[in-house]
Design a protein around this ligand. Structure first.
Ligand code: BDR
Ligand code: CA
Length: 319
């Protein structure tokens, strides 16, 4: 069983990833921490609570702070054209959800939960890296107590998606991402190099709804707006960025990894760019030296990943 804290900015593809984690029999979802990105922190937290309520998820939701690690960073506009004004595809999420958050801020929830389960917790982070960086800042010793950190973010051998250099989750808080990539915990980065190859067609989503039940129907309703946006980029369907990171937790054999230290460009033209110094490549002394080697996904068995996502989303766990 994998104990997972899901750090997320729901977010349409986040919603799919959440349902995957909730349904997968080998995952014990022990916490959901909200971060801003696809919408404001108020909206992403409300959305996490809404999905928890609709899908009957037991895990608590802890709310993140609403600003970047460096609070002087300029605000990046919310991507309403991708995720809708409500962050969940404009399905009409109620303004408020009658569920309470965990009393602790997200980073404190992460620290406490990791300390209570030493060596057992996998952090799956699919939004900005702010909460993880704050947890490390408050308690750096948790790094060696975390089992693994799996990140959706970054673009290594492909262009970014918010600038030619940067992927959105990393670009939204580059200082935080640099802290996370360079910390002494094992990181696997599932970036655009592989997520953009993983496209769920309309037909596949419809098949999931036919095989599944009420849960899958809500997910499909949420996804329609995002699918329309992605028509500019893919022939048919949606790129399932965040679900790829969740699949890695239970099926790492479907991914090819490359090892090396990672730095994030903070500021300037390439703000938010992720750059790996591949192990054994020789350079004069640089900012990539004496840092932990982290793994970047460079290959993915996309059809097998989509099959696993489909099978898992169609499961309807007992209420
Ligand atoms: C990432 O950015 C967000 O919009 C998505 O939810 C995903 O986590 C893709 O770049
Ligand atoms: Ca996300």
């Amino acid at each position: 069983m994998h104990k997972v804290i899901f750090d997320t900015d729901p977010g349409v593809d986040d919603a799919m990833a959440l349902l995957f984690l909730h349904n997968h029999p080998e995952i014990d979802l022990i916490g959901i921490t909200s971060v801003f990105g696809n919408a404001s922190i108020e909206t992403t937290t409300r959305n996490a609570l809404y999905l928890k309520q609709q899908w009957n998820i037991a895990a608590p939701v802890a709310k993140g702070l609403g600003e970047t690690l460096d609070p002087t960073r300029p605000h990046v506009e919310w991507p309403t054209s991708i995720h809708g004004d409500d962050g969940l595809g404009n399905i009409g999420v109620p303004e408020t959800v009658d569920l309470a958050c965990d009393p602790r801020p997200a980073h404190r929830f992460i620290i406490d939960t990791v300390r209570a389960n030493p060596g057992e917790v996998t952090l799956v982070a699919v939004g900005r890296m702010t909460n993880l960086a704050l947890a490390l800042r408050d308690d750096p010793d948790i790094a060696v107590l975390v089992k693994e950190v799996v990140i959706m973010g970054g673009a290594f051998d492909v262009p970014g998606n918010i600038t030619p250099a940067a992927e959105a989750n990393i670009h939204g808080d580059p200082e935080a991402a640099d802290v996370v990539m360079t910390a002494p915990w094992p990181v696997v980065v599932v970036g655009l190099d592989v997520t953009e190859q993983t496209v769920m067609t309309r037909k596949r989503l419809a098949d999931i709804v036919a095989a599944g039940g009420r849960q899958a129907k809500l997910l499909s309703d949420i996804s329609q707006f995002y699918i329309e946006f992605y028509e500019q980029h893919v022939e048919d369907g949606m790129v399932v960025h965040d679900s790829c990171a969740c699949v890695y937790v239970v099926a790492p054999q479907l991914f090819t990894l490359r090892s090396g230290s990672i730095r994030v460009v903070c500021g300037g033209l390439a703000d938010g760019e992720t750059i790996q110094k591949i192990d054994d490549q020789l350079f004069p002394p640089s900012a990539w030296d004496n840092l932990p080697s982290q793994n970047v996904c460079t290959g993915i068995e996309a059809e097998a990943v989509l099959d696993l996502i489909s099978k898992t989303l169609a499961l309807e766990p007992a209420a």
